[in-house]
Design a protein around this ligand. Structure first.
Ligand SMILES: Cc1cc2nc3c(=O)[nH]c(=O)nc-3n(C[C@H](O)[C@H](O)[C@H](O)COP(=O)(O)OP(=O)(O)OC[C@H]3O[C@@H](n4cnc5c(N)ncnc54)[C@H](O)[C@@H]3O)c2cc1C
Length: 325
């Protein structure tokens, strides 16, 4: 007998949203997550900003990003009903350098969002396992996820492990996701900003009674140290954007962005085993894409049509360049 219709490996925004979306479709879900302190989701600024460095408006990937942003308010309303947790979404983003204002971009309060997802999940029949999954194996028509505590059998597997997704044994050999470390920090007691301020190589995001300052980027593997360079960079961004004294920055947090070569998600079924669905590689836009991506994943797992085209995110789109490496 199987433990679940679908096993989901990864407990950041990708795994949580996929678990909830699958449960909403009536699927029985086991969610396996190692709760990494360097998960990208916990350090994230929560910008919903497809207008920054946009691709052409008719580019299918850009259309997905815009649809993800525009669907957020309604999705948060449903989440609030399910969880009882209100999540603030601040609309409006000002590009400090050009003066361009994007009224539909903005930022979501990520800690509140993660809390709302946790509560909503706890109210569903979702089995949570706080452990690391080591490998996936095939047993007949079932998939078996190996953890130190137990083996989980499921009809489908969703790979949502963020920057660690490629470490799950038994998957395609070279999942094109690498960790890019990023650090954010908070400033308290500064005047509130009415909107996101973007420029000077970073941004300021109003979050509760604080401002979040972001973000650094280091492409050196899984090095989770917060360096003097990170602190100096964030201090400079805060000073240039809003005249904030660098000494006021506190609560520095580091996360590993799950980066793909083109900065777009890996979303869709495995080319060799359609029972495996990828929801990873969300790169710099994971908070933005997660709800719409999860709806697509739930449709794939449940045997339906994704609500948005996901062809630009095909998992094997780098196949020929991988072969040449
Ligand atoms: C500093 C910073 C700022 C950012 N700002 C923004 C922003 O403004 N807007 C935006 O949209 N995005 C932003 N991002 C990107 C966004 O945060 C990420 O794309 C997103 O959080 C990735 O979510 P995830 O669930 O895939 O990965 P993660 O949040 O990293 O979670 C992965 C989880 O899966 C677990 N896991 C992995 N493998 C296994 C396994 N085998 N077994 C069990 N558990 C496993 C890990 O332990 C971890 O807890 C930012 C990221 C950073 C670092």
């Amino acid at each position: 007998m199987r433990d679940a219709d679908v096993a989901i490996v990864g407990d950041g925004i990708a795994g949580l949203t996929c678990a909830l979306a699958c449960a909403r479709r009536g699927l029985q879900v086991v969610l396996v997550g190692a709760r990494s302190t360097a998960a990208a989701s916990h350090a994230s600024a929560g910008l919903l900003a497809p207008s920054i460095a946009p691709r052409p408006a008719d580019d299918p990937a850009q259309r997905f990003l815009v649809a993800a942003r525009d669907g957020y308010p309604a999705w948060l309303d449903v989440l609030a009903e399910e969880s009882g947790v209100e999540v603030t979404l601040r609309l409006g983003l000002l590009e400090a350098d050009s003066g361009r204002f994007h009224e539909r971009d903005g930022a979501v309060d990520v800690p509140a969002l993660l809390e709302a997802l946790e509560v909503a999940i706890s109210r569903r029949r979702i089995t949570r396992l706080a452990t690391g999954a080591r490998a996936v194996e095939r047993e007949g028509d079932a998939l078996v996820v190996e953890t130190p505590a137990r083996r989980i059998t499921a009809r489908r597997l969703v790979v949502a492990g963020g920057a660690w997704a490629g470490a799950l044994n038994g998957l395609r050999p070279a999942l094109p996701v690498r960790p890019v470390a990023g650090v954010t920090a908070l400033v308290r007691g500064e005047p509130d900003l009415p909107h996101v301020l973007y420029g000077a190589g970073g941004y300021l995001v109003p979050r509760g009674d604080a401002l979040l300052v972001g973000a650094t980027a280091r492409d050196v593997g899984f090095d989770a140290r917060i360096t003097d360079g990170d602190r100096t960079s964030l201090g400079a961004i805060a000073r240039k954007l809003h005249g904030i004294d660098a000494g006021l920055l506190e609560g520095h947090a580091l996360g590993f962005r799950p980066m793909t070569p083109d900065g777009l998600p890996l979303l869709g079924v495995d080319a060799h085993d359609p029972r495996i669905v990828y929801a990873t590689g969300y790169s710099r836009n994971g908070i933005l894409v997660a709800p719409l991506a999860a709806a697509c994943v739930a449709a794939l797992v449940g045997g339906g049509e994704p609500p948005a085209p996901i062809a630009p995110f095909a998992v094997d789109r780098f196949a020929s360049s991988e072969a040449g490496r």
